[in-house]
Design a protein around this ligand. Structure first.
Ligand SMILES: [Fe+2]
Ligand SMILES: [Fe+2]
Length: 355
């Protein structure tokens, strides 16, 4: 497994010809090319019902496009991940409508639970569609784990809400002080500990979560309260990568042996939170999702990623519709993900993809 090697193939040329698509494609390459495989990643569609059978068209279009273009990938991905927040307010109509769009995928689908899917009925209907809230599986030498990272304290869940929809709305707000920090929780941490016991320390581990398993910015819930405890469970593994949605933007980080890479949304982009600013921030208070970051570009800051897992580490190509493409990859010299433009070895710069 340690001899995992990286060989990028231009397998998205077909999809690329169609323009931008908000999904990730991941290639895991081994020394034995017959073991190579890819998978795609789509996230944060926020399908939103207006009334009856009427849904927010822009959010629909983002997911429809991702599904259509994923189906065109060549070579075909082994499976597709959906990263959570399929619905906007967890309604049956939204989950059904989103599920109907996802049913167009020609591949096996694995799903992560997002807070927008959960806080209306605590994941009950979502489970009927997609099964357990956390699980793991092995695929061609890689151990994959999906966590439900958007739980919170029982006291808040069963708090003073007049009804379940009010609870959902309170958690759905990006900067709502009435929200509550996300948690993986003790029960799931115990399960994770047991699950990891059967995994060799040299086996690449890839974790999918909705909120980041790190503490980025509490004010917007770009935060998982028990992230430190989960990171500690993973510290003895050679290659660990956490891929997460929720933040609707490009993010990457390295904590100890763990690489963190965010994916973009198919719905709207969030701006970078205040914690990124070195100086005092004058970011206005945000209360509603943005339809667009730049009114002249409908899809500004949404896009898709091409992700390679090389030696257990992610190299992520961000393909932005209205911005310069970027590649963020693990740099073995500095042992952290970095923008390839700033890595010293030109040999490590991934091949460019031109559309
Ligand atoms: Fe989201
Ligand atoms: Fe979310």
């Amino acid at each position: 497994m340690n001899e995992t090697c990286f060989s990028r193939r231009d397998f998205l040329k077909c999809a690329g010809a169609l323009g931008v698509l908000p999904l990730s494609t991941i290639e895991i390459a081994f020394a034995d090319p017959q073991k190579n495989f890819t998978f795609a990643y789509i996230s944060d569609s926020h399908i939103q019902q207006i009334r009856g059978t009427e849904f927010v068209r822009n959010w629909d279009r983002g997911l429809i496009r991702a599904v259509a273009e994923t189906n065109l990938l060549d070579p075909k991905p082994d499976f597709v991940m959906f990263g959570g927040d399929l619905a906007q307010l967890g309604k049956k109509e939204e989950l059904d409508h989103g599920g109907e769009i996802l049913s167009g995928l020609k591949y096996e689908l694995h799903c992560v639970l997002g807070e927008h899917d959960y806080y209306l009925d605590l994941g009950e209907y979502w489970s009927k569609l997609y099964g357990p809230h956390y699980y793991s599986w092995d695929h061609k030498g890689v151990h994959f784990i999906t966590l439900n990272s958007i739980l919170t304290y029982d006291k808040w869940i069963h708090g003073p809400w007049p009804n379940d929809m009010q609870r959902m709305v309170e958690m759905a707000g990006l900067d709502n002080p009435n929200g509550s920090p996300f948690l993986v929780g003790e029960k799931q941490r115990t399960w994770l500990q047991k699950d990891l016991e059967k995994v060799g320390k040299d086996t690449p581990v890839v974790i999918f979560s909705h909120s980041p398993i790190q503490k980025i910015y509490k004010g917007w819930n770009f935060w998982t309260e028990d992230a430190d405890e989960i990171q500690a469970m993973l510290k003895d593994y050679k290659d660990v990568t956490v891929v997460y949605g929720h933040v609707h933007q490009i993010q990457y980080n390295q904590i100890g042996n763990i690489s963190f890479n965010a994916v973009m949304a198919t719905a709207w982009p969030w701006p970078y939170p205040q914690s990124y600013a070195q100086a005092e921030s004058h970011l206005p208070k945000l209360t509603i999702p943005m339809n667009r970051a730049d009114p002249f570009f409908e899809r500004d800051a949404t896009g898709w990623q091409l992700i390679d897992l090389s030696n257990g580490r992610v190299a992520m190509r961000y393909n932005l519709y209205n911005n310069t493409n970027r590649t963020v990859a693990y740099n073995p010299a500095t042992r952290q993900p970095e923008d390839k433009m700033y890595q010293s070895s030109a040999a490590q710069i991934a091949p460019q993809i031109h559309f």
